[in-house]
Unconditional design. Sequence first.
Length: 135
Amino acid sequence: MGSNYLLFRRDDIMSGLSGTDADLQRRVRLIGKQNADTAFAAIFTRRRRGDLDTQKWAHHDEEEVEFIVTGRMIVQIGSPEEGVVSQFEAGPGDLFYIPAGMKHRADAIGDEVCVGLVFCPAAYDLDTGQPFFLS
């Protein structure tokens, strides 16, 4: 019987950073979507691209909670129509929340690789405190 867990050692994660200049950002999914279509957790690694002001805005149907393990990044909240409406810097030990559908973009600061965890939790029923499970 196989195990139901995954373990990614630091050396394995860091060795996955090699690549070309076009491959400067990488996400390694740690937990699949076992509980709901949209629930997952991932570790992300980000190297400075230097194109924050010209990056496309990201948005998706899942809310995000991100925790920075090492390195620093700058995060912009906004849209092409509104421009940057908020901007903040996040570093080791910082945790931030981005609501579902909110447009955002980010870049690492400096030469150090930024490593963090991103969680996109399943929707919860606030009355029961349980996730909505898909049947």
